[in-house]
Design a protein around this ligand. Sequence first.
Ligand SMILES: *[C@@H]1O[C@H](CO)[C@@H](O)[C@H](O)[C@H]1NC(C)=O
Ligand SMILES: *[C@@H]1O[C@H](CO)[C@@H](O)[C@H](O)[C@H]1NC(C)=O
Length: 278
Amino acid sequence: MLPSIASLALLIASASAHLLPPSEHTQETLQGPVQDEDYHIPTIHESTVMARRIMHLSSISTLITTFPAPSLHSILSGNASDDEQLTTWENRPPEMAGSPIGLMEYYADCEPASGNPTLLAINIASPYKNYAAGSNISMHIRWWPTQTNSYLSSLFSSSREEEDIPTPHTPAALPRFSLHGRLEPISAADLARHVVPACFMAAHPDSALWQPGNDIHTSQYMRFVVEHIYWFGGFGDRARIGWLPVDEWRSVTRAEVEAMRLPGEEKRRKGWGGRDWL
Ligand SMILES: *[C@@H]1O[C@H](CO)[C@@H](O)[C@H](O)[C@H]1NC(C)=O
Ligand SMILES: *[C@@H]1O[C@H](CO)[C@@H](O)[C@H](O)[C@H]1NC(C)=O
């Protein structure tokens, strides 16, 4: 027999009351029932290791930069630089100067001793052009183990793997973070010492097409030197939200990254389940 509209509405109402997340922006008292007895808010160190593991397992980021103002030189002389010719070509409205733009960018975790992610910069891509023109830069990375978008799906789900996710099973409950810092070219010696091209291509096989020296674009390997880390661990009643010390970030060891398990990762996965280090 089909449930009546009224009983369905009641089910959804009680489900939402149970599953609606507490405010994301406070570290205040618990607002919902917590089932796991051994649960605690991760420490700063644990949160930092989680962030380093997310950086290791993921390989897709969003790079955020701001558009430069047109240079005075080009306004006065009408002599446009390459960048300004490109600006004309891409039709950028002048009022975009100073406005931030976030675009997806590949990265790889190729220098784990320092925790600086590696980018393969194509010189004509907006983030690198903006950075070269004086923009600040930040990099957003997130953890999303399963493609689930709704609260209700977790109500009716019975799979083991999903039960491991301790909060309402939605992207909003999962950790993400923002790295702030600067870009610097990776020297030929460091490229060789850290096997950077092989590491990057293991994470991104299609990047073979725009490796340095290709016929289409000028590209080079860049190191994103991490200077500040903003961590958003999930809902404020059970995750840490705030800035993490960069010294913690840099001192995380490979063994700690390997031992950490993130929400939704299989707990008893044998051996090192992620991508191998080179
Ligand atoms: C434009 O500027 C470049 C240097 O930025 C200079 O070499 C060139 O002569 C200039 N061209 C004109 C037409 O002013
Ligand atoms: C970059 O950020 C610093 C603060 O870290 C700020 O003082 C500076 O104005 C910013 N630069 C631009 C181009 O927005």
